[in-house]
Ligand binder design. Structure first.
Ligand code: PLP
Length: 349
């Protein structure tokens, strides 16, 4: 019987396990727009507790969580500082501009985080001609930078600096639990350095849908209104919250396994001469592979891999991305390595 493909496109492709589905089926529900859904309340309390924050809000997606946070922290005409390769700058369809009326000021970085010196250079003086710098957005782990983990000292320095300049800090922590698994630093500590944090339940944690926004009671109250404005007020959504609770209770501790598998994949692929990859830079579950030296295009590579049952995504002109997750085991990784060898070792002959 043919195998299912080894799906390394993203950690968003996981499917709910039988026990998660049971939790979904058994969830108590109410109308969450009336704040009446007991399971959503349980999830929000659990998320606040795990992140050490006062309150939490369940949102349908990471994108909505980020955009709601920008709406809540800013006014039209403000400026928000972001990393050049960040999700907010690249993959939210200019949401900050359209929804918040905010201009984004991107800073290019090598690994996904900027220094206080870089930050200082882009902060606007108080001048009637210029926008008001209001918000600093961080991304940890950083998707386009191959799942890199922002060092906690960098975040501490940014926090201190932001406080001294009256700036708010929002963390796109879609994969903050991966950062924590890699660094050994509690998620509470990361969140304590930010005014708001968004994290995803539907990535490495394996829930089918949903993200959380956490922060102070005051921030979450404002965020709840903006979520409603964006159409993110959901009704008997406890069935999804139940999956989120299951994910937070069962799927955090195992994230380190995804990181081990990503390192195994990276180390094996690094031995293929036509692939360029820095295995020592693989800190979490994302592996970025440069295929330029193979002489093939990204499209050709995707097709060849897919024909042999391995799925990855294009990630730039000459790079593809592979992500490990809950539905990938050791055997899948060995199969993927074998397929890469077949495709790329053949290419040099
Ligand atoms: C760093 C980062 N932030 C935000 C998001 C958005 O999450 P969603 O796909 O749930 O909107 C993603 C999704 O890939 C991401 O990688």
């Amino acid at each position: 019987m043919p195998h299912d493909p080894v799906d390394l496109r993203s950690d968003t492709v996981t499917r709910p396990s039988p026990s998660m589905r049971r939790a979904i089926a058994e969830a108590l529900v109410g109308d969450d727009v009336f704040e009446d859904d007991p399971t959503v309340k349980d999830l929000e309390n659990l998320a606040a507790e795990i992140t050490g924050q006062e309150a939490a809000l369940f949102v349908p997606s990471g994108t909505m969580g980020n955009e709601v946070a920008i709406l809540a922290h800013t006014q039209r005409g403000d400026e928000a500082i972001v990393e050049y390769d960040s999700h907010i700058y690249n993959y939210e369809t200019a949401g900050a501009a359209v929804l918040s009326g905010v201009q984004l000021a991107p800073i290019s970085t090598e690994k996904g985080w900027f220094s206080v010196e870089q930050l200082e250079r882009v902060i606007r003086p108080s001048d009637v001609h210029e926008p008001v710098t209001k918000l600093v957005c961080l991304e940890n782990t950083h998707n386009r930078k191959g799942g890199s983990v922002t060092p906690i000292e960098v975040m501490r320095e940014i926090r201190e600096f932001a406080l001294s300049r009256g700036l708010r800090v929002h963390l796109d922590g879609a994969r903050i639990f991966n950062a924590s698994a890699a660094s050994g630093i509690d998620v509470k500590e990361y969140c304590s350095l930010c005014d708001s944090t968004m994290f995803c339940l539907s990535k490495g944690l394996g829930a089918p849908i949903g993200s959380m926004l956490v922060g102070t009671h005051g921030f979450i109250k404002v965020a709840r209104r903006y979520r409603k404005m964006l159409g993110g007020g959901m009704r008997q959504v406890g069935i999804l919250a139940a999956a989120g609770i299951y994910a937070l209770k069962n799927n955090i501790a195992r994230l380190a396994e995804d990181h081990t598998r990503a390192r195994r994949l990276a180390a094996a692929l690094a031995e293929i001469p036509t692939l360029r990859i820095q295995p020592e830079e693989v800190e979490t579950n994302i592996v970025v592979i440069d295929i330029a030296a193979s002489g093939m295009t990204v499209e050709e590579v995707l097709l060849l891999l897919e024909r042999k049952g391995v799925l990855v995504v294009p990630f730039g002109r000459t790079t593809v991305r592979a992500v490990t997750h809950l539905d990938i085991d050791d055997e899948d990784i060995e199969r993927a390595i074998e397929v890469f060898r077949e495709v790329f070792l053949k290419a040099v002959k």
